[in-house]
Unconditional design. Structure first.
Ligand code: PXG
Length: 460
């Protein structure tokens, strides 16, 4: 076998050892132990290789995070240089270091001008944990300590730690480990599944008005913030109708409720804008960031604050009793800095907006626009979802849509492409450096997987 890496051990040997010691994410571990996980051993550009030497086009950027693709020597060189110079120091003890200072400078040069400060974390979940405390602290400083309740959305995803999963709206997660007090939820704006006879515009407004109803029910004097992903990611790559965000913004302003955008997936160029809220045209007070900040090469996240919030916390707040051992980790910061420089200087975000994004969506509409299994194509930039449907006229979905989508994803792996399934939707979010030829391959292999699924579903 001619492999682009040196196999160290047999796949079965890796799998047996993994089964003996490792609990994986979101899986029935016993079933996985029987099946044996795929062992990924190498990545280059958009491609991955497993321990059997099979090559995959990664249509999901790892977990929506490898904006620059795999194997970037500038990122590994930045990490190595920083490790040699200063592998670790902390943000306690009244200290800082150049890597984090330069990262913040660059980050705020890319963000709209009404943001000024960031609290660094190691992940998106931590960013949202910090969000809850920061938002509550902000209202304390403003003399409104009773403003504590956070409103999220059903089927939203904000991470897997206790408070982050409580902000999220995955009920099956709430059932495993509980909720926290002072969190409420409203419905998601998923028109295709829940819009009934309403037009998307009517449905978008209806969903947004639920926020107003919830604020009035809880009392605006008790509500601290509303958190949402600009488009839902883990929940199925769902874009809200255009009427949704303007109405949400109006309500948050009217009732003095902070608007908190979770940009963990949408940030750093995914939509063709630097941040997804810019694509949808609204102005959040906070941004939770992670994933694409380092292209996933090292764990790093953060909570970005508006000038208004930062001013209150910094000028009037005194000590904010918060800090993590690895906040602003120098090696992660050096990698993030190299990553953001590459995204900016190589014109990658612009390329997604002007070239590869429109190209992907043109292809998808050509290939799937009249496909018998596909009822809707959503997305923008290098981000897309294909909605499975049983009856296009009524938007009736298959009772077993989850199984069908999982099957489609499995066919994808067999064909050498990684796409993600959520309920009845197939999701694509390739690295932002994808070329037109790689997008051709992504769509072509996805078409084969979808056609194979359509045959099982009796649609071809
Ligand atoms: N917010 C959002 C919007 C996310 O998508 C998190 C926060 C949490 O980030 P960390 O770094 O703590 O994982 C996420 C994570 C999926 C999938 O299957 C998505 C995520 C994580 C795992 C799986 O789409 N997003």
């Amino acid at each position: 076998m001619n492999l682009p890496f040196e196999p160290q051990r047999q796949t079965q040997d890796y799998q047996a050892s993994d089964a003996a010691h490792h609990i994986h994410a979101f899986v029935d571990q016993k079933a996985l132990n029987t099946e044996g996980p795929r062992v990924m051993v190498r990545g280059e550009g958009l491609y991955l290789w497993d321990s059997e030497g099979k090559r995959y086009l990664d249509g999901m950027s790892g977990l929506w995070c490898t904006q620059l693709g795999y194997g970037r020597k500038d990122l590994t060189a930045a990490a190595a240089a920083q490790m040699d110079q200063l592998a670790y120091y902390n943000m306690f003890f009244h200290t800082t270091h150049p890597a984090v200072i330069e990262l913040s400078e660059l980050l705020f040069s890319l963000l709209p001008g009404h943001y000024s400060h960031v609290i660094y974390t190691n992940s998106g979940s931590e960013a949202n944990e910090v969000l809850i405390r920061t938002v509550r602290r902000y209202w304390q400083v403003l003399g409104k300590p009773q403003k504590k309740i956070m409103i999220g959305r059903w089927n939203g995803y904000h991470g897997s730690t206790l408070a982050a999963s409580a902000l999220g709206g995955m009920k099956f997660m709430h059932e495993m480990g509980g909720l926290i007090p002072d969190v409420a939820h409203i419905d998601e704006p998923y028109w295709y599944a829940q819009g009934g006879d309403l037009t998307p515009a009517e449905f978008g407004r209806r969903c947004a008005l639920q926020l107003e109803e919830k604020i009035l029910e809880l009392g605006a004097q008790n509500v601290a913030g509303f958190i949402a992903e600009p488009f839902q990611g883990a929940g199925g790559m769902i874009f809200p109708p255009e009427s949704y965000w303007p109405e949400i913004q109006r309500i948050c302003r009217q009732y003095d409720v902070l608007l908190c955008a979770d940009e963990v997936i949408g940030g750093f160029g995914r939509t063709g804008e630097w941040f997804a809220h810019q694509h949808f045209g609204f102005e959040p007070d906070t941004l939770s960031i992670a994933k694409g900040l380092t292209s996933g090469y090292l764990p790093m996240g953060g909570l970005v604050l508006s000038k208004r919030m930062a001013e209150a916390l910094v000028e009037r707040g005194g000590v904010f009793a918060h800090g993590l051992t690895y906040s602003g980790h120098p090696v992660a910061a050096a990698v993030a800095l190299a990553n953001l420089k590459a995204l900016r200087d190589e014109g990658i975000v612009r390329q997604v907006k002007d070239d590869t994004g429109p190209y992907l969506h043109k292809l998808l509409h050509e290939v799937f626009g009249n496909h018998p299994l596909i009822g809707e194509i959503q997305g923008t930039g290098l981000l897309a979802a294909l909605q499975f449907v049983e009856d296009k006229g009524t938007r009736k979905r298959f009772a077993n849509e989850n199984d069908l989508a999982w099957q489609c994803r499995t066919f994808g792996f067999e064909e050498g492409v990684i796409i993600r399934s959520t309920l009845g939707r197939m999701i694509m979010a390739p690295a932002l450096v994808a070329s037109r030829a790689e997008l051709d391959e992504l769509v072509d292999k996805t078409r084969i997987a979808v056609d194979r699924t359509a045959r099982i579903a009796g649609k071809l």
